[in-house]
Design a binder for this molecule. Structure first.
Ligand code: BYC
Length: 326
């Protein structure tokens, strides 16, 4: 059921925006122009971008945790190296995204504070545990695939700094996807134990991956205005459907079973149809009550605390070497 999603309604607050400037801005968007940080933009466009880019940045940094714990346990040196590089990339994506969000006027410190005090969300998927090596393989293949669908689509959007960051991120994600697919194929074509491991991991991650694309369009709070302003270039349901069309055949080809009894391809439309992925679970997880929410934030709080002396030392070094203008 998703009818009772208790998500706070966002409102388009354009009351203080000059109507002529607003009309000119919307004409630029319609004409497919990109908006740069120094350009005039409606207050609500700025607010929405900060919310979305900041959540995306947090997702990258928290997203490094489930896979990060497997670096020392990855099977073999080659896979250890590859996973370490991937995790490092994800943290780098957060850096790019925090920088893009900062162009809109919110400081990185304020964003990190809002992550740590729970005001700001991050992707639902990273609140689940990676029990086995197969979980990391499914994350790297199918969560990165989902992220690529989302990010390639939105990289054609209207806010230039976000688009530039997404283009760069997608290039790295495409390596992650290949790495993930390779890891899944190795397990799916391996011993019976390995096949069971990867099937169980797929069973665990399927619902969270369905949720990754956001709630159904009919209850999505922000989609309408974000599509209008070309921040989102497709709706949540459209991107989810794209994932089904591209990845269900690939998953089935590996002899894996998708844990959805209602999954079927409509012979007329050619579209995959799927069952309700439990939107109550989604609501609980994004509101802080998932299997690992507390643990994930606790790790980040510890990292923030332990890294404080480094930030302070860097700041002092900066201050010492900046020559005051006379
Ligand atoms: N998880 O109106 P809606 C990666 C919230 S990292 C949590 O549809 P919107 C990777 C939503 O925020 C890449 N919350 O929202 C890293 C809103 O709440 P608020 C992650 C979600 O923004 C490491 C409310 O529900 N990708 O790939 O129009 C290793 C209403 O939803 C989620 C991104 O962050 C969710 N899944 O659309 C491996 C993409 N979905 O803010 C891999 C950037 C919805 O009103 N974000 N909510 O309190 C987006 O594209 C959009 O924000 C979404 C949601 C499509 C996710």
């Amino acid at each position: 059921m998703y009818g009772n999603l208790s998500i706070v309604e966002g409102s388009i607050d354009t009351t203080n925006d000059d109507p002529e400037l607003l009309a000119a801005f919307e004409a630029r968007i319609q004409a497919g122009e990109k908006i740069e940080p120094h350009d005039w933009m409606p207050t609500e466009y700025r607010r929405q971008l900060i919310r979305m880019i900041e959540q995306h940045a947090h997702s990258e940094i928290i997203g490094a945790l489930p896979e990060g714990t497997w670096i020392t346990r990855a099977p073999g040196f080659k896979r250890k190296m590859a996973l370490m590089a991937k995790v490092q990339d994800e943290v780098g994506h957060a850096q790019l995204l925090y920088s893009a969000a900062e162009t809109l006027g919110k400081s990185r410190e304020a964003m990190i504070d809002d992550l740590l005090n729970g005001k700001s969300k991050y992707s639902n998927v990273f609140n689940y545990p990676a029990f086995t090596w197969a979980d990391t393989a499914i994350i790297a293949w199918l969560i990165d695939a989902s992220a690529i669908i989302n990010q390639v689509t939105n990289s054609k959007g209207s806010y230039a700094p976000y688009c530039r960051a997404l283009e760069r991120i997608c290039q790295e994600e495409s390596f992650h996807l290949k790495y993930g697919y390779d890891a899944v194929v190795a397990l799916a074509t391996g011993t019976p134990t390995q096949r069971t491991m990867v099937q169980e991991a797929l069973n665990r991650w399927w619902r969270p991956i369905m949720h990754f694309f956001g709630p159904p369009d009919k209850v999505s709070v922000h989609t309408e205005k974000l599509v209008k302003w070309k921040v989102k270039m497709a709706t949540n349901d459209d991107m989810r459907q794209q994932f089904f069309n591209q990845y269900v055949p690939k998953i089935l080809e590996l002899g894996l079973t998708i844990p959805d009894a209602q999954l079927r391809k409509d012979p007329v439309s050619g579209q995959w149809e799927y069952g309700d992925p439990d939107w109550d679970e989604f609501k609980r997880v994004i509101n802080g009550d998932g299997p690992c929410n507390k643990e994930r934030l606790a790790v980040r709080r510890t990292a923030e605390e332990r890294g404080r002396w480094v930030r302070e030392a860097l700041q002092q070094a900066d201050e010492r070497y900046v020559t005051p203008l006379s």
